[in-house]
Design a protein around this ligand. Structure first.
Ligand SMILES: Nc1ncnc2c1ncn2[C@@H]1O[C@H](COP(=O)(O)OP(=O)(O)OP(=O)(O)O)[C@@H](O)[C@H]1O
Ligand SMILES: [Mg+2]
Length: 586
């Protein structure tokens, strides 16, 4: 993964992970708070219902007790019973008087029972909620009331409905009013029905109440088990009914769902922003680095003057400036080095030329001195000696002349004039020059033309020199028969490769370092300038030349040429009149 992607990922993680973690914590806290609110709401409703129930019970107790203690209707009834004047007409008046008495105290049921001992004990004297029951036997109700001793208890009470009489579960409280030896049981009640809890508190949404038997599980909203608000006992103290409460958690779930959705939207938005910021940051941070990388590659490729446009500030900007300063320094140093190299090369050439010229000068001087001596003495062999000496002198002068003209050929090597050049055709042309020679030249050429920008004449010179050397080496090792030279051309990614291989005696490792120097030769009639010229031409074209192992222990010269021809930097440093002996590149 590239630096840019790594940085992008890093920034994204750095921006997004804490955000998501924080978001999750906040979301969890909010959800917990919502749930806590919900729970507290249920608790407060349950608490309020319990309080209201206790108040109601106390009110009811007081109201029932007040009826037993002193009430006009009941006092009158007791008096009637005591004086034995209770008759059906009296019963009729109770039918009209009891319902308002009952409703005035907000009871659902109100029984007046004969509580005297005897046959009529338990007879219904009046019933505010169900006049039709007057005269019926309610001894069990009376017993239960007495047994409950004023505590509320649950019992089914028959009431009149439009569909006829029906039993309804009722919470009853009662007492016995006694005066003058007669007693009347007063039992008042409230129905324990659906809506009982709601009736206690009014609107209690989203809390719902239900009345259920001890083993019943009523249908209540919410997923948690219901809370028991109160237990109601029957007259014998056994559990009879429960008031249950539960909270509907659908609104909570809706709230939580909404919260999660909003969090998701916010997270998605934040991710988008983080991505954008990370992208911008990565771009601004990695851009100078990429520029630096590219420039470094250019420097490695030989473009020492490569400069970076510095837009960044801070450390990165300073790094780029330092890089620019370094390449300027490098370019300047290279210039100095080139100058020094040229001076050194010139000195070396001057030394070799002096040496080469001094060698023939000595025999010339000796021959002339000998001739002068013989002439002065008038020696008879002078003529013969003259002939011999002058031809020797002429030969040496010719050799010097030859050497000087070879040197000036090398020294005047002009700057290349590049043009599109098909190397395949050039190789065929050079091979043609060797047709009929004693060495077999094998050609390995690509099917397609291989075109580079190069100076035709100079590259011909390169190939001719290399092939000539290869032929010299191969035929020296295999005189007469078996000498082989291979000339191969292959296109490369950015140009072409020329390879001249032979099966000659190869080049000793020590000599490999020296063969490109001017005047290095191992041949009796060689100038030692061939490879120096080749090296310089290849260098002037921005290419390179290397020695490798060739065929059967022989040598191979590999020339790489760039497609685009001599690079600007090299072309600019060459001048037609300049005389660099060592190639300027590589
Ligand atoms: N293919 C080769 N195999 C073995 N030695 C080689 C080969 N090519 C060059 N050399 C060695 O490198 C030396 C220098 O070669 P260069 O072409 O510069 O000069 P030369 O061939 O000696 O002289 P000239 O090129 O003037 O004939 C040669 O004398 C030879 O020793
Ligand atoms: Mg040569």
């Amino acid at each position: 993964m590239g630096l840019r992607w790594r940085l992008l990922l890093l920034f994204l993680l750095a921006a997004f992970v804490p955000f998501v973690a924080l978001g999750l914590v906040v979301q969890k806290t909010l959800v917990e708070e919502l749930e806590e609110d919900h729970r507290r709401l249920l608790e407060s409703r349950v608490e309020a219902a319990r309080r209201r129930l206790a108040e109601r019970e106390a009110e009811d107790r007081r109201a029932v007790q007040a009826l037993c203690d002193h009430d006009l209707v009941i006092d009158r009834l007791l008096l009637d019973l005591a004086t034995d004047r209770f008759d059906p007409s009296r019963e009729q008046s109770l039918v009209t008087l009891l319902p308002p008495l009952m409703r005035g105290r907000r009871f659902d049921t109100l029984h007046l029972l004969d509580a005297r001992s005897g046959r009529d004990r338990g007879r219904v004297l009046g019933a505010g909620h169900y006049p039709e029951s007057v005269g019926a036997d309610a001894a069990a109700l009376l017993d239960a009331t007495v047994r409950a001793r004023g505590e509320p208890f649950v019992r089914d009470v028959r009431i009149a409905t439009e569909a006829g009489p029906r039993d309804r579960r009722t919470l009853l409280q009662g007492c016995v009013a006694e005066r003058d030896g007669v007693a009347v049981g007063v039992v008042a009640g409230r129905h324990l029905d659906e809506g009982f809890g709601e009736a206690l508190l009014g609107d209690v949404q989203p809390v719902a109440f239900a009345i259920a038997g001890p083993d019943e599980t009523p249908r209540l909203p919410g997923s948690d088990p219901p809370v028991t608000v109160a237990r109601f006992l029957d007259a014998s103290g056994e559990p009879a009914l429960r008031l249950l409460a539960a909270i509907d958690d659908a609104p909570l779930r809706e709230d939580v769902g909404g919260l999660r959705q909003r969090s998701l939207y916010v997270a998605a938005g934040a991710f988008g922003v983080a991505l954008l910021l990370a992208f911008v940051m990565t771009w601004t941070l990695s851009r100078p680095l990429r520029d630096l990388e590219e420039a470094t590659r250019r420097v490695a490729g030989g473009d020492l003057e490569s400069q970076i446009r510095v837009k960044a500030r801070g450390e990165v900007g300073r790094t780029l400036q330092a890089f620019n300063a370094m390449t300027r320094e490098l370019a300047a140093t290279r210039q100095k080095l080139l100058r020094a190299e040229r001076i050194a090369a010139w000195r070396e050439v001057a030394r070799r030329i002096a040496h080469e010229i001094k060698n023939p000068l000595q025999p010339i001087q000796m021959e002339i001195e000998t001739m002068r001596k013989l002439h002065a003495r008038g020696h008879p062999s002078f003529d013969e000696e003259f002939e011999q000496s002058t031809s020797l002198i002429l030969e040496e002068v010719k050799r010097m002349n030859n050497m000087v003209s070879e040197f000036s050929r090398f020294a005047r090597l002009p700057r290349p004039k590049p043009e599109p050049l098909d190397l395949r055709e050039l190789a065929q042309h050079v091979a043609g020059l060797h047709d009929g020679g004693e060495v077999a030249l094998e050609l390995h050429l690509p099917a397609e033309p291989t075109v580079v920008r190069a100076d035709r004449e100079q590259l011909t010179q390169v190939l001719v020199n290399l092939v000539q050397n290869a032929c010299d080496a191969a035929s020296a090792r295999h005189p007469g028969h078996g000498a082989r030279v291979e000339l191969a051309l292959a296109p490369t990614a950015d140009g072409a490769e020329l390879r001249v291989a032979d099966n000659g005696m190869g080049i000793a490792p020590d000599d490999r370092l020296r063969i490109f120097e001017p005047y290095f030769t191992t041949k009796a009639k060689g100038t030692g300038l061939g490879l120096a010229i080749v090296h310089r031409i290849v260098g002037d074209h921005g290419g390179s030349i290397d020695v490798e192992d060739g065929l059967d222990g022989g040598a191979a010269f590999v020339v790489l040429l760039p497609k685009g021809g001599p690079p600007e930097a090299i072309a600019a440093s060459l001048s037609d009149s300049a005389l660099p002996l060592t190639p300027t590149a590589r």
